[in-house]
Structures are given as C-alpha cells and as structure tokens.
Design a protein around this ligand. Structure first.
Ligand code: TYM
Length: 332
C-alpha cells in the first residue's frame, strides 16, 4: 500500500509562483508514489476578513488550478475543507489540547500581532490547531509545504504526541514536513528579504499563476537585483539574483551551478530575460489547462468525489479520537 501525503492551500488571494513551487508542484510530483490528499483550506481563509464574491472566485480558481497544474482526481483526493465536517470538529478538540504558550510562539501570528494589525481574530490565533486537525485526520507520513509552514507541522506533531501519550494509544501518526529541495521559500521580486506572498500584489513583487504573460514578464524584468553585476548564487549578498536563480532552477530543473555557468560574463538584462522565458512558458501551460478546466463542468464531480473519499478516512478517525477521550456514549 502507498504511503500517504497531505497538504492544503489557503486561497485568501490568487495562487502565485511561491505556492506553486513550494507546494502545489510537489503535490503533483508525488501523486504517483504516494496517496495524495490535497484540499482547499477554505475554513482557514476566513481567519482574515474576506469579500464573499472574491473568496468564491478564489476558491473556484484554486480547485481549477490544482487540476490545471496536473493533480489527477483519479489518483489524488481533492476536496474543499468545509465539505468534510470532521476538520472543524477535530480542530476544536485540538484547541483543547494545545497550550496558549504554544500558540503565542507561532511566528505567523506573532508577526501579524507585532505589525500592530488591529482586530486580529480568535480564528487566526487558533489556526494551527485547525491545521493540526487537517493533517492528523488522515495519518499522512509527509506534509509537503514551503518552509514557512514547518513550525505549524512541528506543533501538530507535539500535540499529536501529547494526545497519544495522554490517552495511552496510537491515535495519530506523527507527520513530517517535506520541503522542496529548491524553492522552499520563494522571495518577493521587489523585496527579496521577504517571502513572496498573496498580499504582495500591489508592489509587483508577486507573480500570480493567472497573471497575463506580459505582466509576469514585466515583473521579472523589473525585479530588484544588486550592483554586483554577476549571476551568482549568494542569498546573503545577492538575495534578488539568488531568488531569480532559484525560480529558474525550480521550474527548469537546471542546477544553480549550470545557471551560473550559462550566464557567466552576461548582464542581468539577459539573465532576467532567460528567467522570464522559463516562467512565462510554465504559466502559459498552466493557463491553457486552466481555461479548459474552468470552461468544463468537472469541478462539482471532482469535489463531490473527493469529499466522499476524504470523509471515509476522516469519519472513523474522529470517532476513534472521541471514543478515546470518553466523549462518546452510544455504540455506533
Ligand atoms: P498558504 O496558503 O499560505 O500557502 C500554501 C502553500 O504554499 C507554500 N508557500 C510558499 N512556498 C515557497 N515560497 C513562498 N513564497 C510560498 N508562499 C506560500 C506554503 O508553505 C504552503 O505550503 N496553513 C497553510 C494551509 C494549510 C495546510 C494545512 C497546509 C491549512 N491546513 C494542512 C498543510 C497541511 C497555509 O496558509 O498555506
């Protein structure tokens, strides 16, 4: 039997090159060797305020992009988090087994709180508990994610181990985060010391998978580099160039050393053009597949079938946990 992998994406905005290289592409690459469970984390989306119409569009686009990027619903289990009610219920149980001290240490929440953002929700604070539930319901061996999610997976392991210990049985398998070898953290094109992220759109630091190709090209051609003028992988001193090299390497399969060799003695203009060609080529393939998916009516079937298969795993797991805790009184 194949081992299982599980991951999810929270489309609070459109999917971008970071989520593709750090996560989605891995789901696709591993779906032959693992049983891949890939969901759309719509409960996580509402931890920050959302415009209902935009959220709906982003969710639909996210499913379509899963398929367009090559996830095969015959091999992988693809579903919307809210279609499998066990996520929210185990999420609450996880909250009751997580200490506030642990949640206080989560850097994603700390960063937002440190920025002095007003009205942070309780959902945002307890988010890692729901994420732990998302994972533990399915006993995956690996959780393919970008490295910004490693801390959440670590917390998930801690809470799982605590519950296994407290209730004296192997309720959960302890999962491991799995980061891609190249591209575990794609940086903003305009601020290469910070991660490329959905909220980066305005300043052209973020390439969305559905960006018009000429716009994507422009974003790369205007990416921040440095005055050293040498295509060399050195994230500390040349973060912008190193980030572009990482993107190129992740998408083309070329090693960083080969990229350095190819561009030896050449200027950044030529290098950026090379990166833009690779990126646009990839986006073009994805966008053509996306158009086909979005104009068909397969999304409903994919999501219904995925939810049915996911529920068949999540239901018995929640039942096992509730029994172990002593919450169930009827035989079912
Ligand atoms: P989210 O939606 O922020 O990001 C989705 C995935 O993309 C990765 N990623 C990146 N990787 C490299 N470079 C970047 N710039 C970049 N930006 C995003 C993220 O690491 C992630 O793997 N909490 C999760 C969603 C989630 C989840 C889960 C993931 C909910 N439940 C259970 C795994 C298992 C999140 O907000 O990802």
């Amino acid at each position: 039997m194949k081992d299982r992998m599980l991951s999810g994406i929270k489309p609070t905005g459109q999917l971008h090159l970071g989520s593709y290289i750090g996560a989605l592409r891995q789901f696709v690459n591993f779906q032959d060797d693992f049983e891949m469970v890939a969901f759309i984390a719509n409960l996580h989306c509402i931890t920050v305020p959302q415009d209902p119409q935009t959220l709906q569009k982003n969710l639909r686009d996210c499913v379509a992009l899963y398929l367009a990027c090559g996830l095969d619903p015959k091999k992988s289990i693809i579903f919307l988090q809210t279609d499998v009610k066990e996520h929210a219920q185990l999420g609450y149980i996880m909250c009751c087994h997580t200490y506030m001290g642990e949640l206080n240490r989560m850097t994603q929440f700390k960063d937002k709180a440190a920025k002095g953002e007003a009205s942070l929700s309780g959902g945002l604070y307890t988010y890692p508990c729901l994420m732990a539930a998302d994972i533990l319901l399915y006993d995956p061996k690996y959780v393919p994610v970008g490295d910004d999610q490693d801390q959440h997976v670590e917390l998930c392991r801690d809470v799982a181990a605590r519950m296994n210990n407290r209730y004296g049985q192997e309720l959960f398998r302890l999962p491991e985060a799995y980061n891609p070898k190249v591209g575990a953290r794609i940086m903003s094109l305009q601020d290469p010391l910070h991660k490329m992220s959905k909220s980066d759109g305005i300043n052209r630091g973020c390439i969305y998978l559905l960006d018009p190709l000429d716009e994507a090209r422009k974003k790369i051609m205007t990416a921040i580099t440095d005055s050293i003028g040498h295509v060399h992988y050195d994230p500390e001193n040349q973060p912008g160039v190193s980030n572009l090299m990482t993107i190129m390497s992740a998408l083309s399969g070329q090693s960083l050393a080969d990229i350095e060799k190819d561009y030896e003695g050449k200027g950044y203009g030529e290098f950026k053009k090379g990166v833009a060609d690779v990126v646009c080529d990839q986006l073009n393939t994805i966008q053509q597949a996306y158009q086909k998916v979005i104009s068909s009516d397969i999304l409903r079937d994919v999501l219904e079938d995925g939810a049915r298969r996911a529920s068949a795993i999540a239901g018995p797991k929640l039942d096992l946990v509730q029994r172990a805790i002593g919450m169930e009184i009827l035989d079912r």
